[in-house]
Structures are given as C-alpha cells and as structure tokens.
Design a protein around this ligand. Sequence first.
Ligand SMILES: N[C@@H](CCC(=O)N[C@@H](CS)C(=O)NCC(=O)O)C(=O)O
Length: 207
Amino acid sequence: MLKILGKPSSINVRKVLWTCVELDISHEIEYWGSDHRDTKVPEFLALNPNAMVPVIVDDGFVLWESNTICRYLATSRGGTSLLPAHPRERACVEQWMDWQVAELNPSWRYPFLSLVRGSAEHQDPHLLQAGIDGWNRHMQILETRLQTTGAFVASEHFTLADVVLGLSTHRWFMTPMERPELPAVEAYYDRLNERRGFQLHGRNGIA
Ligand SMILES: N[C@@H](CCC(=O)N[C@@H](CS)C(=O)NCC(=O)O)C(=O)O
C-alpha cells in the first residue's frame, strides 16, 4: 500500500492526500514533521535529504516534492483527467503548478508566518505590508486567469493545478489580513468545495 510520510496539517502533504481522494488511492500515513517525529534523523534524511514532508514510498519507490508526487500519482494510476496526456494541455497544468511553487508560495511566506504562525521574527510592519501586497498581487493573477477560463485554472476541467492552487486559495482566505475583492477566486473557492477531497483536506479550518 502507498505510504505517505507527513502530517495532515501541512499544506504540501494535503496536496498528496487530496490527490489520493481524487484517484481513489488506498494509503497509510506515517506521522512525521514538526509536532510529530523529527525529520532531521538519519532514518528520514535517507529518504529526503531536505528533512521535509511529504515523502511517499510506493512499493519501495521513494519520492519527495509535493507537486512531483501528485504528478507521479496521476501518471502511475491512470489519472489523465487530472494530468492530461496531450503535450499542450499537460504543459498548461504544469505551468500553473510550477507558478504555485515558484511564485505564489514565496509571496505568502512573510504574512503567513507573521499572522497565522505568530512568528516573532516576522513582525516588522513594513515587511508585513509589503508581503500582503505581494500576495494579493499574485492572487490578482489567479483572478484574471479564472475570469478567462470561467471554471478551473488550466481549463474548464478540474486538474492537478486546482489541487495545489485550491489549497493556496484556502490559505489566502484563512489568513487574517486585508484582501481585495476577487469575485472569480471567491466563486472558484466555492466550486472546489463540491469536491470531497477539498472538503476533507482543503477547506477544513486549517490554514
Ligand atoms: N517544496 C517542498 C516543501 C515541503 C515543505 O515545506 N514541508 C514542510 C511542511 S509544509 C516541512 O516539512 N516542514 C518541516 C517540518 O514540518 O518538520 C514540497 O512541496 O514538498
């Protein structure tokens, strides 16, 4: 059975858990990460030298990096609706997944650590405001995209891009800060709530 090492409170682990629901993949969770087992021990570092969750072990095959894991699960379990086979359709899904990890994710770091985690090192008001403005600017890019597709991020169909960006959208709504009105993002957030995986691992009260 697929083993997932991580904790359900981690946004990156939740990408994998939601993907498992979409693909109906049986799995077990081994609890690792802060508040659980320390990832900086040799046993874990042998699996992921970055000491981060999630990691999966699939019949002896070890993999880390949440977006890569989601893509692997889709390709190994026939999930072509989540990750299309057509090169251009697939590239579009991957583009938005990469945008999430490379652009959107770094933009929320300061405000998230400050306002949700209450980190003492992230309480400078100017840096906080700059962080909020940057995060909101990135969400405006998502708004414009969703206005174009009218439904989901890559196309009118739900894909892996919506797993990673749905969780990011949830974090944006859950963080206590000033947000611009983004009607297409709001409608998207409600549309995602029709999916069981999002109800279980996304919009469940955890930022
Ligand atoms: N780029 C990695 C980032 C993973 C990551 O940041 N994981 C965090 C939890 S969300 C972590 O392992 N933190 C250390 C810990 O919890 O011990 C991925 O997407 O898988």
